[in-house]
Design a protein around this ligand. Structure first.
Ligand code: ADP
Ligand code: MG
Length: 450
């Protein structure tokens, strides 16, 4: 049985047991593919970037760069000397203590792309350090990863400037598709790894670790160092750095550790110039010290409010607010809206037992988003009864009184009764039976394409 599965889905065997590769009949082709860039790992980096919230609430917690670097320092991963500052005075004091003639002042936000957005400032005097800190602290920084409103900067990291000879990309993550830890590396550091993946996929290497517990085997070190083109004399310090990364990931229960760029300095040493650590929320109870590093200011306020109300909500850029029961149906609803030419304003799964209270909370959330031009309620009554949902909707609408058209599609158990209640309520609700028709109407109501 197992053999048949492996023969028919060789990839599966490979994923479950990276070490078993040499034992399977398709060993040669798998040996080639196992080190090739895989979309799955990169997708996971992407997922982590999206501040990773799923239908079961927050699944990850990001750390600030300075916090991530403190972990690196403890694990023997080399970082630039520096310290965090909350005021320009503090920034200058740190620069003076560091000494030297070149400093970097870096905005601390939970998003990358700060360099391009003006959030990383190279300074050649303490006066410039002061000016950089003054320009960053207390503002919002918008990068291509921060979302349209940007993120608040309440602190900067002041570091000694490094003389960069080469920039690499290096990360270690929980590779769910292969069910192991994998290193991802590229000699093209300092740029978005997604861009490298798109334009030069051959310049990224993914190396799965055979076992999480056994340290970093020599062949992994050699493959990674080889692909990065590191000089031989750096292999021992690179090996230590990889071990430190693995240690950092394991001891913190992180799901992703990313160094972009890892640099080779002009004097020939390796330094993690940037640091990103994403922790797995499910393990935070084991790390009260790490949980204390949480910075709620870096999260979307509507998402925070939704979390408190027990709603699974992700803010998006569109103008059609969606309220759906079940994560799968919510995804399908968003797809359908886009297919009809509209843009969803959010992902929202009110859960299988959508109570009137939660429905009302959802309507309050929609009201607080000025972009919303239509509300689309799509409920499939399986375990829940549509008439009860309709009652909840009516209560919610009386209380939250949305000012935009509300289109409701109720289907399933007692749907007829539900629709009847809605039509009798005297509230401006358009009840539409068909899913496609309802989505089309919602797009139209929002002034979109349909
Ligand atoms: P982000 O990924 O958010 O843009 P980084 O930490 O990667 O921020 O910094 C962006 C760029 O700024 C780096 O690629 C590097 O060229 C430069 N930089 C960052 N820190 C330093 C430093 N300590 N010394 C010299 N250059 C730096
Ligand atoms: Mg970076």
């Amino acid at each position: 049985m197992t053999r048949t599965r492996y023969a028919r889905f060789p990839d599966q065997a490979n994923r479950a047991h990276p070490q078993a590769v040499a034992l399977t009949p398709t060993a040669v082709s798998e040996r080639r593919s196992i080190f090739e860039p895989r979309l799955a790992s990169l997708t996971q980096i992407g997922e982590n970037r999206l501040a990773a919230r799923t239908h079961h609430g927050t699944v990850s917690m990001n750390l600030h760069e300075y916090q991530a670097k403190a972990i690196f320092a403890r694990m023997g991963v080399p970082i630039p000397s520096g310290s965090v500052a909350h005021s320009p005075d503090e920034a200058v004091a740190i620069a003076q203590k560091l000494g030297g003639a070149l400093w970097v002042v870096k905005a601390q936000i939970h998003a990358g792309g700060r360099g391009k957005a003006g959030g990383v400032k190279l300074c050649r005097s303490p006066a410039e350090v002061r000016a950089a800190a003054l320009a960053l602290i207390g503002t919002r920084l918008r990068t291509h990863q921060s979302g349209p409103d940007g993120l608040p900067v309440s602190a900067v990291l002041v570091e000694g400037g490094s003389a960069i000879a080469r920039e690499f990309y290096l990360s270690l993550l929980v590779d769910r598709s292969r069910e192991c830890l994998s290193f991802i590396a590229s000699p093209d550091g300092g740029v978005e790894i997604e861009t490298v993946a798109e334009e030069h996929p051959d310049r990224i290497v993914t190396v799965p670790l055979p076992s999480a517990a056994s340290g970093v085997p020599g062949y992994v070190v050699r493959i990674l160092a080889g692909r990065l083109g590191l000089p031989r004399d750096l292999f021992p310090s690179f090996e230590k750095l990889l071990a430190g990364l693995q240690e950092s990931l394991l001891t913190t229960d992180a799901s992703l550790i990313e160094i972009n760029p890892l640099i080779m300095t002009e004097s020939g040493t390796l330094i993690a110039l940037d640091a990103k650590v994403t922790l797995d929320d499910n393990a935070l109870f084991r790390h009260p010290d790490l949980a204390a590093l949480d910075d709620p200011s870096q999260r979307n306020p509507a998402e925070e409010e939704a979390e408190r109300a027990g709603l699974n909500y992700v803010a998006l850029d569109g103008d059609i607010a969606c309220m759906v029961n079940g994560a799968g149906l919510a995804m399908a609803t968003m797809d359908l809206i886009q297919l009809k030419g509209g843009q969803p304003a959010n992902f929202l799964d009110v859960g299988g037992d959508a109570t009137a209270g939660r429905v009302t909370q959802a309507f309050h959330l929609f009201r607080s988003n000025p972009k919303v031009r239509a509300i689309f309620v799509n409920i499939f009554g399986g375990i829940v009864r549509c008439d009860l949902i309709a009652e909840g909707l009516i209560t919610a609408m009386r209380e939250a009184a949305p000012k935009v058209p509300v289109i409701v599609r109720l289907e399933g158990t007692r749907a007829e009764e539900g629709r009847h209640l809605l039509s009798q309520s005297g509230l401006p609700i358009e009840a539409i039976a068909g899913l496609a028709e309802a989505a089309e109407r919602a797009v139209q109501a929002a002034g979109g394409a349909a």
